[in-house]
Design a binder for this molecule. Structure first.
Ligand SMILES: Cc1cc2nc3c(=O)[nH]c(=O)nc-3n(C[C@H](O)[C@H](O)[C@H](O)COP(=O)(O)OP(=O)(O)OC[C@H]3O[C@@H](n4cnc5c(N)ncnc54)[C@H](O)[C@@H]3O)c2cc1C
Length: 337
């Protein structure tokens, strides 16, 4: 008999987990308290790499390696099957601050990542030519259609109540509107809200870290690469719009945008690319990252509930980590099912 999996959270982590589970033949229900794909995964910049990978632990990088290739193929499939192009582009990333040049170069060599020393107008930079980007709102829109076509049942606007049971096995979860979710396995992929679903006392806390971005309109000048300087980046989409980001704010579940962030991002953007002074900022938004210690997520079976799996806490790189993380969870479920 086909086994059932309920995935709690329809961000990129929940969507890609559903993608692999359906591929393996599970009957999948994807539940979200809002609409699918409207939280952090929608709000992000779509860069498919850690910003300066040499600054992160192997655990983080190992989850990120291969992600750009996965999304390249997925984009082609989604474009063909849904008509929506998620705009995967190998933009490359140009790095301005290169005080760690030697460390960066030797790390890249050791990990077989191409890195180049380049000079632009006599100023030295480092270039990671294979860093790619994807237009995440379009990716999620296309994934939602693709998953629906592939028999994933979408339950939107259904908030799942915290998990609690005296047994080691969960036979059903409940939503605030009184629905019962019965499945053989449950995957918690609830992003910044994961600690609200799990027992906060027993689990390391995943906490929301707000990130704000601003958007300039489509400009006629072309950015040759993603530009990175001092934890700040500029990224251009295919239609010419430019995003500048992002902030990292420990303000709880508060998604308000602020004037302070707008000014600070604008100042950084226009100092790197003065031509942007000729354009008005046309949009600003925020998302809540699922903050975890050192960006290390929890991708494992719950220590108490044998049929509950965690795919949470991907912090700054959830889009990039989602394919590997989802593969691990779907393999674990198969192994135990
Ligand atoms: C400004 C910004 C820039 C970023 N840039 C990048 C980048 O360039 N590259 C990159 O790799 N990452 C980036 N990130 C990080 C990335 O967006 C996140 O790590 C990733 O989106 C996390 O995915 P998720 O599916 O876990 O969370 P989310 O997308 O937040 O999804 C979680 C979902 O769970 C649902 N949910 C929560 N609780 C419940 C409940 N009780 N019942 C039902 N549903 C529930 C929520 O409604 C939500 O839809 C960025 C993030 C921000 C904010």
């Amino acid at each position: 008999m086909t086994k059932k999996v309920a995935v709690i959270g329809g961000g990129i982590v929940g969507c890609i987990t559903s993608f692999f589970l359906v591929e393996k033949g599970y009957e999948v229900t994807l539940v979200d308290q809002n609409a699918i794909g409207q939280e952090a995964s929608w709000a992000g910049a779509g860069i498919l790499s850690p910003l300066l990978p040499w600054n992160y632990q192997d655990t983080v990088n190992n989850l990120c390696f291969g992600s750009a290739d996965f999304y390249k193929q997925l984009s082609e499939t989604l474009k063909k099957d849904t008509g929506i192009d998620p705009e995967w582009i190998e933009s490359g990333m140009l790095i301005y601050d290169i005080h760690e040049k030697n460390h960066a170069i030797s790390w890249c060599q050791k990990n077989h990542i191409e890195i180049q020393e380049v000079q632009i107008e006599k100023i030295p930079y480092l270039l990671l030519p294979h860093v790619a980007q994807i237009r995440n709102p379009r990716l999620l829109k296309a994934l939602k259609i693709y998953l629906t076509k592939n028999n994933v049942v979408m339950m939107e606007h259904q908030k799942v109540k915290p998990i609690s049971d005296s047994n080691n096995f969960i036979s059903s979860l409940h939503t605030e509107s009184g629905m019962n979710l019965q499945a053989d396995f449950y995957v918690v992929a609830s992003g910044a809200w994961s600690s609200c679903i799990l027992n906060e006392v027993e689990m390391p806390k995943i906490k929301p870290i707000r990130g704000q971005l601003i958007q300039y309109p489509s400009i006629k000048e072309k950015l040759p690469y993603i530009l990175y300087k001092n934890d700040f980046y500029l990224i251009q989409r295919q239609d010419g719009v430019v995003l500048a980001g992002s902030t990292k704010e420990d303000v709880g579940f508060d998604k308000r945008i602020t004037e302070e962030a707008r000014k600070s991002l604008q100042m950084k953007a226009e100092s790197i690319m003065p031509i942007l002074k000729n354009y008005n900022i046309e949009n600003q938004w925020s998302g809540l990252r699922p903050g975890s210690q050192d960006n290390v997520p929890m991708i494992e079976r719950h220590h108490k509930y044998n049929n509950v799996y965690l795919n949470v806490g991907h912090y700054r790189y959830g889009l990039t980590m989602a394919p590997k993380a989802a593969r691990i969870i779907s393999d674990l479920i198969t192994l135990n099912g």
